[in-house]
Design a binder for this molecule. Structure first.
Ligand SMILES: NC(=O)c1ccc[n+]([C@@H]2O[C@H](COP(=O)([O-])OP(=O)(O)OC[C@H]3O[C@@H](n4cnc5c(N)ncnc54)[C@H](OP(=O)(O)O)[C@@H]3O)[C@@H](O)[C@H]2O)c1
Length: 393
């Protein structure tokens, strides 16, 4: 189990960055040699929706980050004008005193100046607010559903489809933005897409039947009333099944001629809320275009490194995927914090009586499925020069 923060070469902030061949080949528009701002310090970042469950996860993820420094926190009118410590009901671990003392602002580009903006906004407001920031030249890393399925907006897990970031050039042309929006998938889709990515690359996923067991933190704070969820399973999560069913094909799709050709996967999802604090589990049956044996599937998952391992991104876990051997694994309580919440755990890869194989996957919905995923996207944008290029315009 890897619970240590991945080490980062201290030279990463000052040394020129050379993308490895695969990135250079697949993201020609993203090549650059810049990693740090002109003053050599860390990139200032803002968090929109900083008081909520995902906003707080951003603050924890960014604490001590070698490339990013939280300089601004923003939320609704209810919170604006208060010290962060007074506006937020802080949920976990220690709150960094420097962040506690920040004054919460409203979510508009006149009040918030940072070039990198992490958005943990409710989808009711994310649409307009995120567009205003992108128009104002900021790079927005969004967790909301509003832009995920827009054809010119990348929906990215760096290790799975980091090459889709090349779509940003087209996005800027189409929208006339000097900034950009990059989105994360829904937290349940993130588990499924990461687990299936290596198998899709090798054998072509054709069909997926998935049942999810989703943690209460996926509903934000205060979320599901305790009397509804204690000792219970709720077999419905509003809007979740359509999100899983549409987002997977985009993420596992191919970027060709400024558009993503969705992977033609037939998928049916059953989403359930369960009495687990953090960690979404996905039990899947999968059919392939070329059927692998159980051993081939296991080897493929074990050997997969994904798209970004050689980039030294600070939030990259040592194991993007971790294959558990025990028949009773993975379990959210035991494994959700592997790789500081960034590892996707997989287990029980076995034959299926209906499709080809079945398996279980689980990851941290608020870290890998939200804040940590966004931070990793931002790191890839820094490493490939997009942030420096945007600020220099
Ligand atoms: N929880 C997860 O596992 C997860 C995973 C992936 C994606 N997401 C997505 O991430 C986003 C945030 O989720 P969450 O779970 O953190 O929700 P949450 O706990 O309800 O937090 C919502 C945040 O949005 C702010 N907000 C609400 N209305 C606003 C307005 N009119 N103007 C400006 N700010 C406003 C709130 O500020 P105040 O405190 O001032 O009201 C709060 O900071 C959602 O779009 C959600 O779908 C969540």
């Amino acid at each position: 189990m890897n619970s240590k923060r991945p080490s980062v070469a201290t030279s990463a902030l000052s040394a020129p960055f050379s993308p490895p061949d695969d990135i250079a080949r697949m993201t020609p528009a993203l090549q650059s040699t810049h990693t740090a701002p002109a003053n050599g310090k860390r990139w200032p970042v803002a968090i929109l929706g900083a008081t909520g469950a995902v906003g707080q996860a951003f603050i924890r993820t960014l604490n001590g980050h070698p490339w990013f420094e939280i300089t601004e926190v923003a939320a609704s009118q209810r919170s604006a004008g208060k010290r962060y410590a007074d506006a937020a009901r802080w949920l976990e671990d220690e709150l960094d005193p420097a962040v506690a003392a920040l004054i919460v602002t409203t979510c508009d580009p006149q009040s918030v100046k940072s070039p990198i903006v992490f958005s943990a906004l409710d989808s009711n407001v994310a649409g307009e607010v995120e567009a205003a920031f992108a128009k104002a030249g900021r790079i927005v890393l969004s967790n909301a559903k509003n832009y995920r399925m827009e054809p010119d907006v990348p929906l990215v897990i760096p290790e799975v489809n980091g090459d889709h970031l090349a779509l940003l050039t087209h996005q800027r042309q189409v929208r006339g933005w000097t900034g950009a929006i990059v989105t994360n998938a829904n937290c349940a889709t993130t588990v499924i897409a990461a687990a299936l990515a290596p198998l899709h690359e090798q054998f072509g996923v054709a069909k997926v039947f998935v049942t999810t067991l989703q943690a209460v933190s996926g509903a934000g704070y205060p979320g599901v009333p305790s009397l509804d969820i204690m000792g219970n399973v709720i077999p419905y999560i509003g809007d979740e099944e359509p999100k899983i069913e549409s987002e997977l094909g985009k993420m596992l799709g191919k970027l060709e001629n400024n558009a993503i050709t969705h992977a033609p996967i037939v998928i049916t999802a059953h989403a359930n809320r369960v009495a687990v604090e953090h960690g979404h589990t996905a039990c899947m049956s999968v059919g392939f275009h070329r059927q692998p044996s159980v051993d081939e599937a296991i080897e493929t998952i074990r050997n997969w490194k994904g798209f970004t391992p050689s980039l030294g991104l600070p939030t990259s876990p040592e194991h993007v995927l971790y294959l558990h051997e025990g028949n009773d694994q993975p379990q959210p309580r035991r494994h959700v914090m592997m790789g500081r919440g960034m590892t996707t755990s997989i287990g029980r890869v076995r034959k299926c009586n209906m499709l080809d194989l079945r398996m279980v996957a689980m990851s941290h919905n608020v870290v890998r499925g939200a804040a940590g995923g966004s931070v990793l996207n931002a790191e890839l944008l820094v490493a490939t020069g997009v942030v420096a290029e945007t600020v220099a315009q």
